[in-house]
Design a protein around this ligand. Structure first.
Ligand SMILES: [Zn+2]
Length: 236
């Protein structure tokens, strides 16, 4: 943002720093202030009408440590928000708060309608995704299991912190609910991976050969998870 100084010159204050800074000019502000925009994860500097460039820069410099510490303290999670578009089972849906409805949550015309108090939007959203994931992941896993001539006992949706999926010796498959937020080819890769474990309880060559048979483009799903998997943990 360009600001005009008392001298009439304009300058771009953001460029004075080696970190991102948002500058807001507020003629009604009495003094320089700094705050953290937690959504954008940025420090925001508010500049009053009369302020020199030197003073503004000095002010930010004096708060360098505070900025760094404040940014580091920001939570690494965010709730689902009204109006936010997420990918759900490979399709974009916009989370839409619909307090007038009495339906819990429902997908309709590219929207994920969530009723009830806005305060519970995140929880209702998550509950809905977990419930849907159970039937959707069971359906997809069954499809692969059938190809192998194997049977699945059941699918359990987990809220694990590190694993995407697992396969028990009793032919129960477990999936992390967050995988519902990944692209379609990633979901399919993971289902193929866990189903292949029904036959091979290891990561041998024969296992990967089996995965490839179920999901020919599995390497794309695998590398997506390696690169972007941690982003799915934004939602707690
Ligand atoms: Zn595995």
């Amino acid at each position: 943002m360009k600001i005009t100084l008392l001298t009439g010159k304009t300058y771009n204050i953001e460029q004075a720093f080696d970190f991102d800074l948002k500058v807001v000019k507020n003629p009604r502000a009495k003094k320089l202030t700094l705050r953290i925009d937690s959504k954008e994860r940025l420090p925001v500097l508010t500049i009053p009408r009369y302020c020199s460039q030197k003073k503004a820069i000095e002010f930010v410099e004096n708060h360098r440590l505070w900025i760094k510490e404040s940014l580091a303290r920001l939570p690494e999670h965010k709730p689902f928000e009204n109006g936010e578009t997420i990918s759900l089972f490979g399709k974009d849906v916009t989370i839409t708060h619909a307090p007038e409805r009495r339906l819990g949550a429902k997908i309709e015309d590219g929207r994920l309608l969530v009723s009830g108090d806005i305060e519970f939007l995140h929880r209702r959203d998550k509950d809905f995704i977990k419930k849907k994931a159970q039937s959707e992941f069971l359906r997809r896993s069954n499809k692969y299991a059938k190809k192998l001539g194997e049977t699945i006992n059941g699918v359990t949706i987990k809220d694990t912190k590190s694993r995407w999926g697992s396969c028990s010796s009793l032919n129960n498959l477990n999936y992390n609910w967050r995988i519902a937020l990944a692209p379609d080819f990633v979901i399919n890769y993971l289902m193929a991976h866990e189903v292949a474990h029904l036959r091979h309880p290891d990561h041998s060559q024969r296992f990967w050969h089996c995965v490839a048979g179920l999901c020919p483009d599995y390497t794309e799903g695998e590398s997506w998870l390696k690169r972007h998997g941690k982003d799915l943990y934004l939602y707690e």
